[in-house]
Design a protein around this ligand. Structure first.
Ligand code: MV4
Length: 454
């Protein structure tokens, strides 16, 4: 590490999260000589993140809103233990601008985006306007928020059907409606607004041309405190089911060197437009002609970050910590040297519409060997609580080529033993043998035609 005089690395980091990402952060802190504080709900008292951290503080009962989202309790835990920084992981408080601001006020470094950046990117219509102004390609549609259904009709006529109505406070598909013809517009406008208002307390809507069967490709970026930003290439996240990613890979089978340069430059522009500090992701929709459009910017570390780490040999959590401490980045872009795939193993039953399957793990054996990385917090005897999301492990394989990474994944999944709960392992085993997946020619629509039968 090139440690500059004006930068002071943190002595103690509190991890405001649970599960595999809490462990992931603790591991890098330990390697960097930084002490760690775990926080946990009463449902997580036997979790590995509690055992692996130097200190641990209970922050409340099982419900997330009373524990992992309980800002006063988390700040108190940081004060009591004298932590000088908080790592929020993903989910929970990672993109909560109030939390980022409160950390600032208490002189605790939030290892993530500033409150301004979180707010600017959290409002999707506003984020799109910012990017459009910065010269990042966006999808044709309304200029900011729509005032009325009549205005929606006018804009839709101009960009031509099909169009998509989106909630500005949305994400994950909520408050979103595809509209194929004008007859449907009014009903869908009303139901989308109603859904957005109930879910987010904000019923602001905008619309854009609907891109049919796009790919979801995101660019990893990193920016420092001195106005520099670079990109770390892409991840293809097109294999999704009801807006839940199931597997991701890098490089994208759809990528070309030319497209990567263009998308990388656009992502850097996006980062610079908000003076982005830290690691982040710029999500794009890519159509079949390889036109790409800004969709959203994530101001956090993402679940799928390990595939990028594996193909460029780079610890993204370490980078987050260094940038937060004021260390300047090199400023050079990184390109994949290998191929990596991640399969998310959830405690869900893929034969029963992926319904959650919490409970006690009675037998557990993780795969291993060359090119196999397992990020997990579970072990034999661990009880998966029903209060949180169902991801229990990530299997990441890395190899010289895509075919080899798939072969390694099939092999690793075959070795994986988890007994006591249902998991998505059988889904991934089937996916790795699917001709469409193997060809690399898949889009976000792919899983709609995928079945666990036969
Ligand atoms: C779109 C789109 C097609 N055209 N926007 C889904 C979640 C939200 N973040 C944006 N989403 C989409 N926006 C236009 N103009 C298709 C989707 C979409 C999607 C995007 C990425 C990955 C999976 C998806 C599944 C369904 C719809």
């Amino acid at each position: 590490m090139t440690k500059k005089k004006h930068t002071k690395l943190f002595k103690k980091v509190l991890i405001a999260n649970r599960g595999e990402i809490a462990l992931r952060v603790i591991r890098t802190c330990r390697e960097m000589g930084i002490s760690t504080v775990a926080v946990y709900s009463t449902a997580d008292k036997d979790s590995l993140h509690v055992r692996f951290a130097d200190e641990a503080v209970c922050i409340g009962p099982p419900a997330s809103k009373d524990s992992y989202l309980n800002i006063p309790n988390i700040i108190s835990a940081a004060e009591i233990t004298n932590a000088d920084a908080i790592h929020p992981g993903y989910g929970f408080l990672s993109e909560n601008s109030k939390f980022s601001a409160i950390c600032q006020k208490y002189n605790i470094k939030f290892i993530g985006a500033t409150p301004e950046q979180i707010d600017q990117m959290g409002d999707k219509s506003n984020a799109k306007d910012t990017m459009k102004e910065a010269g990042v390609p966006t999808i044709p549609g309304s200029d900011g928020l729509l005032e009325s259904v009549d205005e929606a009709k006018k804009v839709a006529k101009k960009v031509k059907y099909p169009i998509i109505l989106k909630a500005t406070a949305g994400g994950g598909g909520r408050g979103m409606r595809i509209v194929w013809a004008e007859e449907e517009l009014e009903d869908k406008w009303n139901s989308a607004r109603q859904e957005a208002g109930a879910a987010f307390g904000n019923d602001g809507m905008y619309l854009e041309k609907y891109i049919e069967e796009p790919r979801h490709i995101e660019i990893q970026i990193v920016g420092d405190q001195y106005g520099k930003a670079c990109h770390l290439s892409e991840r293809d996240c097109s294999v999704q089911r009801r807006h839940q990613k199931l597997t991701e890979e890098t490089p994208s089978p759809f990528m070309t060197d030319e497209l990567r340069d263009k998308m990388g430059e656009a992502a850097i522009k996006a980062a610079l437009a908000v003076k982005y500090e830290g690691v982040g992701t710029v999500e794009f929709l890519v159509d079949k002609h390889r036109n790409f459009y800004f969709m959203e910017m994530n101001t956090r570390i993402q679940v799928e970050h390990p595939i990028t780490e594996e193909v460029i040999n780079y610890d993204l959590i370490r980078e987050q910590i260094l940038v937060a401490a004021g260390v300047p980045i090199s400023g050079k872009n990184y390109f994949p040297q290998l191929h990596a795939i991640e399969c998310r193993i959830n405690a869900e039953d893929p034969y029963k519409d992926f319904r959650p399957s919490p409970g006690k793990i009675i037998n557990f054996h993780a795969p291993g060997g060359h090119g196999v990385r397992i990020d997990t917090h579970v072990y034999a005897g661990y009880t998966i609580p029903s209060n949180y999301d169902s991801m229990i492990a990530k299997v990441i394989t890395v190899a010289q080529t895509r075919d080899e990474a798939i072969a390694k994944m099939s092999r690793a999944l075959g070795e994986f033993v988890i007994e006591g709960v249902q998991t998505t392992i059988p889904f991934h085993i089937k996916l790795m043998k699917d001709e469409r997946y193997i060809s690399g020619n898949y889009t976000t629509k792919f899983l709609e035609d995928f079945s666990m039968e036969d």
